[in-house]
Ligand binder design. Structure first.
Ligand code: ATP
Length: 331
């Protein structure tokens, strides 16, 4: 049984770097519910990384209070704090001369786990992130692809089963296909683990796909809007947030609708040759599949891979029309 997430609270947190005219993070308050994945999205230099690193005290706040699970992080010993917080960064930061096993075992070793327990945990984590332990545990990082390295980075962050994970652009350096795959695997993992996760990205689409909530940050980490992806897309709080949402809000909304949720699946008839989509995939994926296959219909498969019905281009166009009129009414 893994440890689920705990609540994180930032209360009027400020970071003033020495010799800088303005604070990098100014008076930020955020309440992050236990077990949720919250995405920080904002332009380069707005203070996302500084805000995140204050939570595990890689950067010390100038003022304000941060609690995890009700405990004041400033009152905890930094090394003790970091065993409770997994940390994944874009550059991955695997130690190049250490095997995959030893990289994953860094924190368990610090915690004094015995060898057998570490071996069991390493193999369990490799399985969890989709890497065959016998094929991967003795490799060096340079013998892995970028996506595989990123999975090892996630496994390492999860090693001591921390309730909190901080992830700073973890998939930023991967190509779009690998990135999509890593995102999907990560969503599957988080469904099971229910850690409290803060995830930093520049990419608003990634924020919509992954976040239970999104904090849209402006200069000095001022919170421009903090809400669910659906509500941010439907009702951006101001022009700044609107700029992130972009002009295709309705299409992005499709990304939040599972194909399996779509009602009125047409009868299965003459479906041979049509492309397929899994019911847990979203309406945007279904549209994408149809456009790429050059067909006007796609077969929806259930979890067992059996056909459940067919949806057509028109069904999705209808959804889009509904969304556009709803967004219009909210505005
Ligand atoms: N050690 C430091 N000393 C002085 N200023 C710093 C330091 N680290 C960061 N800053 C400044 O603080 C501001 C916020 O930086 P931060 O790295 O938190 O932004 P970010 O939103 O994570 O940016 P990016 O998306 O480009 O990584 C920037 O203006 C940056 O130049």
């Amino acid at each position: 049984m893994s440890e689920h997430g705990v609540r994180i609270q930032l209360d009027r947190v400020t970071k003033q770097y020495p010799r800088q005219p303005e604070p990098a993070v100014d008076n930020v308050s955020l309440d992050i519910p236990a077990g949720e994945l919250v995405v920080f999205v904002g332009p380069s230099g707005c203070g996302k990384t500084t805000t995140m690193k204050m939570i595990n005290r890689l950067i010390e706040p100038t003022s304000g209070e941060i609690t995890i699970g009700g405990e004041n992080v400033l009152a905890l010993e930094p090394n003790e704090l970091r065993t409770r917080i997994g940390y994944v960064i874009q550059q991955i930061g695997l130690f190049p001369h250490m095997t995959v096993r030893d990289n994953i075992a860094v924190v368990p070793r610090l915690l004094g786990w015995d060898k057998a327990r570490i071996t069991r945990r390493v193999d369990e984590l490799l399985e969890l992130v989709g890497l065959d332990p016998s094929a991967f545990r003795d490799r060096l990082p340079k013998q892995l692809s970028g996506g595989q390295q990123q999975r090892v980075g996630v496994a390492r962050a999860l090693a001591a089963d921390p309730p909190v994970m901080l992830m700073d652009e973890p998939f930023g350096a991967t190509d779009p296909i690998t990135r999509d795959k890593l995102q999907n695997e990560f969503l599957r993992l988080q469904k099971e683990l229910r850690k409290t996760i803060i995830f930093v990205t520049h990419d608003f689409d990634e924020a919509v796909k992954l976040g239970d909530r999104i904090a849209v940050l402006a200069e000095q980490s001022h919170v421009a809007q903090y809400d669910t992806p659906g509500r941010i897309l439907a009702a951006p709080a101001n022009d700044y947030v609107e700029g992130f949402v972009g002009s295709a809000a309705a299409i992005k909304q499709l990304g939040l609708m599972h194909v399996g949720m779509l009602t009125g699946l047409a009868e299965l008839s003459a479906t041979s040759g049509l492309p397929t989509v899994r019911s847990r995939e979203n309406a945007r994926d279904a549209l994408d599949i149809m456009l790429r296959a050059g067909t006007s219909h796609v077969v929806v498969l259930d979890e067992q891979g059996d056909p459940r019905g067919v949806i057509g281009f028109e069904d999705i166009a209808g959804l889009l029309r509904e969304e556009v009129s709803r967004v219009g009414q909210d505005a």
